[in-house]
Design a protein around this ligand. Structure first.
Ligand code: PLP
Length: 435
């Protein structure tokens, strides 16, 4: 493998995500040529345990043999077909299987709309909420509320819901308004944040189409956890205001937090649920938005009442076949049950990390552990010092500024999990000790 050639071509022609041209031109990046199980393998043949599962999507590790087999089998039969006026077995079966595993409670998610990535699954949910109300006489419902600090993707609608931070600020004139609640600085503020949301719903809930949340765990915001009771309270307030609750489970879904869906920690069923990332096991882009029958009913009628949305690769058979196999692996290999003991190891490690002098705050839930090493948020540098140290020791981390976290594959073998946590602990310790 000619590493230098790859770097040269990349620097000359690739426009990299979240990377300034200056960084791109000078930073000595990874050249990853292979992935296997929990490992990234670079152009020099070095292996790194991937602590963050490629932006949280490889929940079963890389190249899981059953997923690769499902992919190649489907590719040999029908890699793609347009779903305008047609259907196919993988999409129909997957829709039924997703409905089967969806959160259960006082309402049922029973319809599945497919798309390509997490941002799009959120855009679809917004349009379902908005158009559904608009064409049934509730034209006043034009607003969306969201939690401060949330991240729902980088398309314009998804960005409108998120924090007006360094990433979104320059797009402000293009974004639609949401609530203007203050960002949460510390977890004890959550009560006040939800007071604000619930108060807004009580006062002007008839102008709201939906409230959008990452349930229980906000990922990109810095792995922030909030109490299940607050989500229950929000569910009740949405019902009282007659608006929808949209759960963005793009990150939290598929067992990341210890339950199949983070909503289940609160026993809450949303009206719309967005899923992507682990849905297709990190093999290829795929997403889905699940809706209740009541939401779907707002679109009953002639052609003029159809949801005005669709993508070329809607329900792509490869994505659907892989997602079905992901669900089968979760069922048959008892991924969630077996991850429980692993989650306790993650918890123990981050509890210890939180006690180190210089560490700010540690938290954990399921197969996620996080600790803050400074107060500068996303542009803090402490996390990147740990990243460098851990890389030297054979573990790949991707910090959120001053927040160091792990979100490893749920099926990571115990020995490797110990190794990974040991390196994280050693690297954080070394960086904190150096001051
Ligand atoms: C909660 C949440 N929603 C949406 C997205 C956007 O997903 P994608 O990057 O696939 O568009 C992300 C991505 O990290 C996410 O964490």
């Amino acid at each position: 493998m000619d590493r230098d050639r790859i770097v040269r071509l990349d620097r000359a022609h690739v426009w990299r995500p979240y990377t300034s041209s200056e960084d791109h031109a000078t930073r000595d990046d990874f050249v990853i040529v292979e992935t296997e199980g929990p490992f990234l393998i670079d152009a020099d043949g070095r292996r790194y345990l991937d602590a963050t599962a490629s932006w949280w999507c490889a929940s079963l590790g890389y190249r899981h043999p059953r997923l690769v087999k499902a992919l190649t089998k489907q590719a040999a039969v029908m890699p793609h077909v347009g779903m305008g006026g047609a259907t196919h077995p993988q999409a129909a079966e997957l829709a039924a299987e997703l409905v089967e595993v969806a959160p259960k409670g006082d309402r049922a998610l029973e319809r599945v709309f497919f798309s390509d990535d997490g941002s799009t699954s959120v855009e679809v949910a917004l349009k379902m909420a908005f158009q559904g109300f608009a064409q049934n006489g509730e034209t006043r419902r034009t607003r969306f509320l969201a939690l401060p600090g949330g991240y729902h993707g980088d398309t314009i609608g998804a960005m409108s819901l998120g924090e007006l931070d360094e990433f979104a600020a320059c797009f402000e004139p293009l974004l639609f308004g949401k609530n203007d609640a203050e960002p949460v600085q510390d977890p004890s503020d959550w009560g006040a944040v939800f007071d604000g949301l619930v108060g807004e719903l009580e006062a002007r809930g008839d102008t709201v189409a939906a409230v959008v949340v990452e349930p229980i765990l906000q990922g990109a915001a810095g792995m922030r956890l909030y109490p299940a009771e607050q989500l229950q309270r929000l569910r009740r307030a949405c019902d009282a205001a007659g608006c929808l609750l949209i759960a963005d489970e793009v990150f939290t879904g598929f067992g990341r937090t210890g339950r199949m869906w983070a909503c289940e920690h609160a026993g809450v069923v949303p009206d719309l649920l967005c899923t992507s990332k682990a849905l297709s096991g990190g093999l290829l882009p795929f997403a889905a938005t699940l809706a209740t029958g009541a939401v779907y009913d707002r679109f009953r009628g002639d052609a003029t009442r159809a949801l005005l949305h669709g993508h070329t690769f809607f329900g792509n058979p490869l994505g659907a076949a892989v997602a079905r196999e992901v669900l089968a692996v979760y069922r048959e290999e008892e991924i969630l049950a077996k991850a429980q003991a692993k989650a306790s190891r993650v918890a123990a490690c981050f509890q210890r990390l939180g006690e180190l002098p210089g560490a700010r705050r540690a938290r954990w839930l399921g197969m996620m552990g996080a600790v803050d090493l400074g107060d500068e948020g996303y542009f803090g540098t402490k996390g990147w010092e740990v990243w460098r140290e851990a890389k030297r020791r054979g573990v790949s981390l991707r910090p959120l500024g001053d927040t160091v976290y792990v979100t490893p594959p749920l099926n990571l073998e115990d020995g490797m999990l110990e190794e990974l946590l040991g390196v994280v602990e050693g690297s954080v310790g070394a960086v904190l000790a150096a001051g």
